[in-house]
Each structure stands twice: as structure tokens, then as C-alpha cells.
Design a protein around this ligand. Structure first.
Ligand code: PLP
Length: 364
């Protein structure tokens, strides 16, 4: 059986005519940078996310860096985030000379634990970056309340959660700024690197747009320091095709998650917990299990793709290691989680194969 973690080939062939036409249209126009699809994608994303401004950029990592730059985060200042995320969340803070200050995660949702945030705030704290891990929103209300009380900004890292909701509101419509990744394997993925910043704040939107384009509003006039982080037209054209199907694909992911949940019921496997405030879009279907490493070995032997998101929490990464930090929940969870194949075109036959291999491993 040829199971894929994310089956991009199957997806391409299911919609080949549309993708090919979108690419051909851009090639024919020769408007490779800032072509019409870039503006149209921004408008469509504004509607989808229910935000006033959506600014395309070159990757999710750039989206975070540009958002932090738009807030004027300076060397020595502090930004609070989770240690249980992809490196880009903290890397961009550190690259600007600021300090990532970690707060441990909730043991059920794996997202930042809002009850621990206030104790981490100092006079240097400028922002909080909650990450909507695996496609489930962090608990935003208490986070927004703490931020308002202390006069600091909130940047949603929604790289894994486009289309997900918090208490009925789309993620990206809640924080001061939000960052999206369109990395190819994301729920809404380009055919290369791509990203976006979203906000309801006009001044921040203008600044983000300038920073992503060399600090420039008018050609060859550079008002502030910026970077080259434009989204190319080919990627925007591909994303516009995919955006039409995103809700349907996210629904299919939820159905696949339910199929897994039913298959694992009655076993010792801890299936993903969904908080009552969240509408999960299962960017990852991540289970918790004893003997995770032995299970991974078995899955590899059986040709079942899998991944550990993430094996080393950021406070223990050599690039960041700064002494005696310890976040027991993140450390415990990182040793127990494993993500299984998840995409909208997963078949029941494929899932049955995966479920039965895992149940056999458990001796069930
Ligand atoms: C939580 C999180 N933040 C940021 C990023 C960075 O996005 P990109 O890979 O598009 O630079 C990712 C993507 O992998 C991510 O998962």
C-alpha cells in the first residue's frame, strides 16, 4: 500500500486541469512578481479569514519576522511563546535580537497554557505569540485579556491552522497580527514557499506591506528598513485554486480524524483532544502513546509514514539552549507524541491498515 503522510500527488491529479490552467495563465502573463493573482488572493483571504488586511509574503517564517519588525521589537526585548512549536516561531524573535521567553503548554491541547503567561511578563515583554498547534486554536480569550492588561501585542502563529476557528471566529481574526504558512504540506499549501500576515489594524498593515517590500511604498524610496519577502504570482495562482476547496478539505480531514478515533477507541492510545472552544482542522493527527519510539520503528518497517512534531522542545535546542530552563509538560509530551498520515484524500482502506498495525503493536 502506498500511503503518504500528505498526498500532494493525489491532490494535484484530482484538480490537474485547474492547476495547469492557473500556472499557464501566469506564464502567459509574464507578471511573475505582484501579478493580478497576488492581489486577488489577498482579497479572497481577507474574506475567508474575516480580517480587513491580508498581506502576502514569501513564507510563514518571513510572516513572523515581518510581523515582529512591524511591532518594532528591539534587541533585548522579550516575546512570550511556547517551547512546543516549529523552530521558526522562536527563531524569528531571536534573529531580531529579542529574547524568546517560553511558557509551558497545556497537557491536553499542547498549546500555550494561558494560566502561566502572566508570571512570565516583565517590563521588557512586548508581545505574546500563541501557536495554533496541529490545527487547533490556542485559548485566545484569556491571552487577549492578559495582553490588553499589560499593553502588549498578540501575534497569532496560525501557520498550521488556516480555516480553524476559536469560539466560531476564524483564527487570524483575533490577535493584533497573524501569520500563515503556505508551505506545500500545509492544509492550504502552495507549490513552493509562501506566507501571509493578516491584521485588522490599518497602520500595522501598511507597515507590514512596506517591510515585506524593502521598506518601500513608492519605488526606490525606502522609508524604513525592510526585507525582500514578496509572494510570487505563480504561488498566488495555485493558492487561489486551492482556497476554493479548503473548507471541503478541512471537513474531510475531520472525518478522517473521527475514523482514526473510532479505530483507536478502547485502546491505550490518547487520540487528539478537542477543546470546546476549538474547531480543529487536523493539520496533523497526533496521538500520544507509551513506547513511542518502538511504535515509530514498527511503522517505518511497515512503510507507514509518520513524524514526530516535535522531538526536542525549543528550550532544549542547541541553537537556543540557555541553561537551566525546564518545561515539564512540553518535555513529557515531546517524548510521547507521533503524527500519523493525514490529508483529505486518505481512504478508509489506508486508515484501516494503519489502525490495525498500531492495534497489533499494542497487543489489542
Ligand atoms: C508553527 C509554525 N510556525 C511557523 C512556520 C514557518 O512557516 P514556513 O515553513 O512557511 O516558513 C511553520 C511551518 O512549518 C510552523 O509550523
Amino acid at each position: 500500500m502506498n500511503i503518504q503522510m500528505v498526498d500532494l500527488k493525489r491532490q494535484y491529479h484530482n484538480y490537474k486541469t485547474e492547476f495547469d490552467a492557473a500556472v499557464a495563465g501566469v506564464l502567459e502573463s509574464c507578471q511573475f512578481i505582484n501579478g493580478p493573482d497576488v492581489k486577488l488572493l489577498a482579497e479572497e483571504m481577507q474574506e475567508f479569514l474575516q480580517v480587513k488586511y491580508a498581506i502576502p509574503c514569501a513564507s510563514g517564517t518571513d510572516a513572523l519576522q515581518v510581523a515582529l519588525m512591524a511591532l518594532d521589537i528591539k534587541p533585548g526585548e522579550e516575546v512570550i511563546t511556547t517551547p512546543f512549536t516549529f523552530v521558526a516561531t522562536a527563531e524569528t524573535i531571536a534573529l531580531l535580537g529579542a529574547k524568546p521567553v517560553y511558557v509551558d503548554i497545556d497537557s491536553k491541547t499542547y498549546n500555550i497554557d494561558p494560566s502561566l503567561i502572566e508570571a512570565a511578563i516583565t517590563s521588557k515583554t512586548r508581545a505574546i505569540i500563541p501557536v495554533h498547534l496541529y490545527g487547533q486554536s490556542a485559548d485566545m480569550d484569556p491571552i487577549m485579556k492578559i495582553a490588553a492588561k499589560h499593553g502588549i501585542a498578540v501575534i497569532e502563529d496560525a501557520a498550521q491552522a488556516v480555516g480553524s476557528r476559536y469560539k466560531g471566529k476564524p483564527v487570524c481574526s483575533i490577535g493584533d497580527l497573524s501569520c500563515i504558512s503556505f508551505f506545500p504540506s500545509k492544509n492550504l499549501g502552495a507549490y513552493g514557499d509562501a506566507g501571509m500576515v493578516a491584521t485588522n489594524n490599518q497602520a500595522l498593515a501598511e507597515k507590514v506591506g512596506m517591510i515585506a517590500n524593502h521598506g518601500s511604498r513608492v519605488r526606490y524610496k525606502h522609508e524604513i528598513l525592510g526585507v525582500n519577502s514578496r509572494l510570487d504570482t505563480l504561488q498566488a495562482a495555485i493558492l487561489r485554486v486551492k482556497l476554493k476547496y479548503l473548507e471541503e478539505w478541512n471537513r474531510k480531514r475531520r472525518e478522517a480524524a473521527q475514523f482514526y478515533n473510532a479505530g483507536f477507541s478502547g485502546t491505550k492510545i490518547r487520540t487528539p483532544f478537542v477543546a470546546d472552544f476549538a474547531e480543529h482542522i487536523y493539520h496533523q493527527y497526533t496521538i500520544q502513546v507509551d513506547n513511542r519510539d518502538s511504535l515509530q520503528k514498527l511503522l517505518n518497517e511497515k512503510g507507514i509514514p509518520n513524524a514526530i512534531h516535535y522531538p526536542i522542545p525549543l528550550h532544549l535546542q542547541p541553537a537556543f539552549h540557555n541553561g537551566s530552563l525546564n518545561f515539564p509538560v512540553a518535555e513529557q509530551i515531546s517524548a510521547r507524541v507521533i503524527s500519523l498520515p493525514m490529508h483529505p484524500d486518505l481512504t478508509h482502506e489506508e486508515q484501516d491498515y494503519i489502525i490495525s498495525a498500531i492495534r497489533k503493536f499494542l497487543g489489542e
